[in-house]
Design a protein around this ligand. Structure first.
Ligand SMILES: [Fe+2]
Length: 147
């Protein structure tokens, strides 16, 4: 059934969002830099909102939103990486990598979804692209300060 497949895809994405929320919850506490910590906090809120949007759509389609976290191939082993992070610079790079994989997970599924779900997914992707942009600017800034 088409709807069942859509629900499954949306639930896969929801798992990724839950993982992102966990990652931001952990990393913002590791951050000494207030500006970075505040931004990570904002991104965590964005991902919570995204998780809510996906859950709502899943319920509309008659499904049950997934409550577990984690997603094979996406943000792979990021939790263990975060545990071994020594400095803020590595942290930003790792989280950037996770965000990048997250956007790819959305891109891969976009065409397999119905129109209404696509509208929601596009909105989520747009906001996530803003996260990537911020990380890029910030990482460039740190590089130029080092040299
Ligand atoms: Fe994001």
């Amino acid at each position: 059934m088409v709807e069942q497949q859509t629900i499954e895809k949306l639930n896969e994405l929801l798992k990724g969002e839950r993982m992102a929320i966990q990652v931001y919850d952990r990393t913002k506490k590791l951050q000494q830099d207030t500006q970075v910590a505040n931004m990570l906090n904002t991104f965590e809120s964005d991902h919570k909102k995204h998780a809510e949007m996906l859950s709502e759509r899943i319920r509309e389609l008659g499904g049950d939103p997934e409550v577990t976290t984690g997603f094979p191939g996406m943000m792979a082993d990021i939790m263990s990486v975060i545990n071994s992070i020594r400095g803020p610079h590595q942290l930003l790079e790792q989280v950037y990598d996770g965000e990048d994989k997250g956007i790819h997970a959305y891109e891969e599924r976009l065409n397999q979804l119905d129109r209404d779900s696509q509208v929601i997914i596009r909105q989520i992707m747009n906001e996530d692209h803003e996260h990537l942009k911020w990380f890029k600017v910030r990482m460039e800034k740190e590089k130029s300060e080092k040299h």
